[in-house]
Design a protein around this ligand. Sequence first.
Ligand SMILES: NC(=O)C1=CN([C@@H]2O[C@H](COP(=O)(O)OP(=O)(O)OC[C@H]3O[C@@H](n4cnc5c(N)ncnc54)[C@H](OP(=O)(O)O)[C@@H]3O)[C@@H](O)[C@H]2O)C=CC1
Ligand SMILES: Nc1nc(=O)c2c([nH]1)NC[C@@H]1CN(c3ccc(C(=O)N[C@@H](CCC(=O)O)C(=O)O)cc3)C=[N+]21
Length: 286
Amino acid sequence: MAQQARIIDGKAVAAELRAGIAREVAALKAERGLVPGLHVVLVGEDPASKVYVASKEKLAVEVGMNSVAHRLPADTTEAQLLAKLAELNADDSVDGILVQLPLPKHIDTGRIIDAIDPAKDVDGLHPINAGLLAGGKNGLVPCTPLGSMLLLKQALPSLSGLEAVVIGRSELVGRPVAQLLLQADCTVTIAHSRTRDLPAVVKRADIVIAAVGRPRMVKGDWIKPGATVIDVGINRLPDGKLTGDVDFAEAVEVAGAITPVPGGVGPMTIACLLKNTLTAFHARRG
Ligand SMILES: NC(=O)C1=CN([C@@H]2O[C@H](COP(=O)(O)OP(=O)(O)OC[C@H]3O[C@@H](n4cnc5c(N)ncnc54)[C@H](OP(=O)(O)O)[C@@H]3O)[C@@H](O)[C@H]2O)C=CC1
Ligand SMILES: Nc1nc(=O)c2c([nH]1)NC[C@@H]1CN(c3ccc(C(=O)N[C@@H](CCC(=O)O)C(=O)O)cc3)C=[N+]21
């Protein structure tokens, strides 16, 4: 039986990261009487979004932050949402603003993201933050890409010169994580739905980041023996079971290290949201 892949424990790494954040927030409160504020805006009743917003709210309170969830009805107009954002932008006690995606169809997502103060954009989606990242400069980085890189560094001491293949090119995951891999001196390939012979492309990779949204799409024989696999996918099967974009049972026999779903990138996304809120706090309030 081949050596099984090391399971990268996102739950444990996320808990460690949150513990460090809690210590830092406690010190801020004790020494400066200040508390970082994270505001999450949810429009409508999307069940998955309600779960994520609830866990973001719970974990932000757990680390001692001021955490407010603004739950707006599905028929909220774009103007009403813009007004809410203007209010949060102007409120000095608000350090981080996240608008849970996806938004209802009648609202223009781009216009909403553009309306968030880039200094409070803890999702890192604002064009200014995306532009800073593309230029290799410091800005707020999207949470899932940040969490994926932290897990990657758990498995690989150095990424320099390694071949990385990112499957998916979304603004939330694929594109930003490709930028972070480039900054870590990987040779980066970004694959997508038009890529020809995807298995052959993935086979070249020392590092595979799967961010597609198709359950168990990446098969074991697509993976180079010993490669590190970061599975960002969160797919709910008809029976309610959660599975990633990678066929975990097959991949674990071939990969050198792999993240599980659940228990991998997901918890890191929330921990990095809290980390981004602290980063925004310090950038804004010293
Ligand atoms: N764990 C976490 O915290 C998070 C998990 N996710 C999960 O990650 C996954 C991706 O999310 P997100 O990036 O927002 O997804 P999007 O739906 O925005 O993007 C999907 C990407 O996958 C590509 N794609 C679709 N089908 C194929 C295919 N057959 N072969 C190769 N590429 C394909 C698309 O290509 P094209 O551009 O050509 O259409 C697109 O670039 C989802 O499962 C989502 O739930 C997302 C955010 C956070
Ligand atoms: N503006 C915005 N920013 C986001 O970062 C964002 C978003 N919108 N929309 C939806 C996606 C998805 N997302 C997840 C967060 C946590 C888990 C998570 O904690 N998952 C647990 C399982 C939770 C469960 O059991 O359902 C795990 O993977 O272990 C998953 C997915 C953030 N997203």
